[in-house]
Write a protein that binds this ligand. Sequence first.
Ligand code: PEP
Ligand code: MG
Length: 756
Amino acid sequence: MFGKLSRITQAVSLADNQQQVLDLIVSKVCSELGVEVCSIFLADHQLNQFVLKAAQGLNPDSIGHLKIDFNEGLVGLVGQREEPIHLHSADSHPAFHYVEDIREEDLSAYLGVPIIHQRKVLGVIAIQQKEARPFEIDEETFLITLAAQISSVLSDNETDQLIEDELSPPLIRCINGIPASSGVAIGLAKVVFPTIDLSSIPKRIIQDVPKEIKKLHKAVKRTHLQLEKMSNRMKGLISDQELSLFDAYQQILGSAGIEKEVEEQIEAGYWAPYALKTVINKHLKAFRSMEDPYLRERAQDIEDLANRVLANLMRKETLLFEPQENTILVAETISASMLAEIPLENICAVVSLKGSSTSHAGILTKALGLPAIMGLDPCQINRLDGKQMIVDAYNGQIFISPDPELISQYEKLITEEKALSADLEKEHDEPNLTRDGTKIELLVNSSHPIDFEKARQSGAKGIGLYRTEIPFMQQQQFPSEATQVQIYRTIMQGFEGMPVTIRTLDIGGDKQLPYFKIVEDNPFLGWRGVRVTLDHPEIFLVQLRAIFKASINRKNVKIAIPMISTVEELDASLRLINRAFAEIEGEITRPDEKLYRPKIGIILEVPSMLYQLKSVAKRVDFISIGTNDLIQYLLAVDRNNLRLRNLYSHFQPPVLKVMKQLIRECQQAKIELQICGEMASDPLAAIVLIGMGYRELSMTAGNISRVKRAIRHFSIHEMKQLSEQVMRYETAAKVKDALLQAIDKRGLGGLIRAGH
Ligand code: PEP
Ligand code: MG
């Protein structure tokens, strides 16, 4: 059965569009299983109907026309029950619904399986045969496996279809993603290609055909020359047989070959890169479907060659990119260097197919105040190029080619946002006090001096979290001690006289250094944070020395160690910290220089630490709760997994319980406690946390004034009552609803966007 399945999925992967996928599946299922009929119905959720989209063995005229209500017939039953239905004789079942003219009369046995993606029924695949015999158990499991496999293909296709389908009624075409930097923007998408790759080339129509053909000739000529050079360089190093590959490349490229075909595509009106893509895809398909493994392998050569031509074609294209006003930057992976290269004045939002809110680029977008969504439902982003879009980075939604009504709703929201920001600015000089005058320490999570100004203006009284891996990411190699001293000094100077918490290197998980890649099967549970730095004392010690050097004559520096999960790790870290401190202390010779011992703490983000608090409290001066990771480990939910987005919530009752337990125990142990995870940035959560007893919250610069506004409207007593109330609830939804109501009652609803 496995062979049958893989033959089908292989065939499907070569299909160009959804219809081809479906047609291939029904015909292959019939031939592989030897059944007379295979049909696929897809759900139309607007009309509550299943539509017959592909069939083998039924009347072909009914394809696209036969529609069955969600509560009708066997198809409806499979959809409703969300489980397979297996019948020896379909027409004797009470749900059987006879439809004229589809040629079902002689059929008896029926097996229908729902196609479900992320709990949503996308359709039903069914097989039927004349003989009234039960299908084999193997056939049933085969169809279930196939349905599960094609569900993601269909759902990707659904998303792509939405993008492509400009002529469909103004349905809301929406792609979901993970919000990385909040805000809303309306603009035109521009897809950029960091690494040039054929699959990411969008379709573009050109007017000037001769100019485009000239570009092609130049690129091909350049490629010929490069191949020649390569071949010469390789002579003597590789065998003659391997060398002949370069000749083969030259031939394939030659004017009678691919170049001619690409020219024809350009003449049809496409820009050269897309023309190349079309031609190459055709050849690839032919090669990949060949039985001979040697010839199948040649597909890779064709692809390689095409990418070389493409690189030559695109050289200018990438460099020439000058964003127009209100451009939404879209890429497969937006990198920090890309953000640094492109002039950002006209960029109004950023969308990255892959990535996460905690990636360097994600953090930079926050610092820049650019709405950003990183990590999308799978789709071909190149199809977004040139489309008008709304980016709602509060709710993690992108609306493609939105209708005027939706645009005007969002325009209103943007106006309200601007008004709210202006209004919040008026309170910048107000102290961070609750309604009854209790002081709350609001600090900033910052990794870039770019947002210091904004943070100070909004009332940040120091840096609660400085992520050192961010400056490490901007280097080509591990930065020297001197370079690091410079970096940390700049940070400390930005908040002179105020507390500055420097977190030691936290790489691994989703944070990679370009020059020190960590590749693991399970990176969030792997070699990350202090686990890496303890294994590399030469890196850890240089960093610690640099922090101490930068902190000479400063009393407010704090050091936090990430990802501590055992007391042994903590002890080992403290030994290195003490050693570096003693070294720098010993190196000071000038009388006007004094080294103060910084407060040392841990980032509490591994649940095992909840059960070792006393041991921790004995050893360190403070604990800073990293709720981003703590929630992910507590709930076993990958913080960057879009599928699990609804599960990852700081309002989950166990999260609240843990936060309550932590404050209670830390108060008993008399150890300083603060929060530096995103939870503190949410005004709703901040109220609950203050109600529990927290007094130090560190957050992204953009959220300080919102949190400040919220806490100024509640007294400690009111927040305590509210937190006690929500702690009694059993679901995150109930907690959130109650908090929304409470905040709304005080006219603060505008501080919260629906999806926060
Ligand atoms: C956290 O885990 O909450 C935290 C602050 O660290 P990071 O987001 O950098 O992992
Ligand atoms: Mg963390």
